[in-house]
Design a binder for this molecule. Sequence first.
Ligand SMILES: [Zn+2]
Length: 313
Amino acid sequence: MSIRCPICLDAFGGTCEELPRISQATALNCDQCGRFSVSGSLLATEAFNAMSEPLRAALSHRLRLAQNQSEFPVLTTTSFQDFLDSWKLTTPAEQIRNLIEIIGDHLVQTGVRLPRLTPAHCARIGSVNIQRIRQILDDAETGGWIRYRIHSGGVDRLDLTLTGWNEYEANKVGLRPGNYGFIAMKFGDPILEELCRDVIKPKLKAALNIDVVDLRDVSRAGVIDNLMREQIREAGFVLVDLTHDNYGAYWEAGYAEGLGKPVIYLCEQSKFDEFKTHFDTNHLTTVTWDRSDDEAFIAQLTATLKRSLGLFA
Ligand SMILES: [Zn+2]
């Protein structure tokens, strides 16, 4: 059954289908936001129903970006509150990069120009409404990155210029932060594994709504070195634990530094106090951890990440 999407209100002219309920929650498939579920208690709250247009656009954008992750996005009063605490609008520069990526991906995958912008594309760009999309198209054309045709029914035949292709490729090789972090560390050390699993991943997710992945979260069939390179290239930042002076972790740090990624080094407190880390890295941003005080470690790591990524400034 078609309903009006409670998030985007079908702002870019799509439709929204109700799917079979998932454990008491309403499940929806929206042309703009993608697939997600909303709990009944959240649907009944004033804060949810009275969202402003920018807030709706930001949430729709976030849901759209979450579509390619393994988890089906679930909106509850808790996850919605996390969103309210951390949301921000996509900047015009980011919107233009998103537009270039959409057009470039389509051309690379199909060999032909993008026929038109769908509601899903509009959500991925991150603009507040259709007027802003028009402005972004205009700015991207004036900037010399894209070409398109305007007619009474809208815009079509979207294409990249040579300058646009250069920008597209620069973004693809990792000059642009993605929405997750990669952690490089020694595997098999129980203390470090526990820190990663019980503290770093859940706490950064709760504080910043950022997923932190390690190689094992993404390992699929294929050459592991290539997968790791891809994960680092696409990551928004890289955490590197140097407690064990792991060669692999140093290599991954160097690769990420070379790509211009924000790299934050981690080290167990007593090891850092006694031996420091390798001389090439010991003057770089290092957050030390001590399992007797996880709170202090996470507070410092969160603050460091916010500074490095310019988050919610
Ligand atoms: Zn929607």
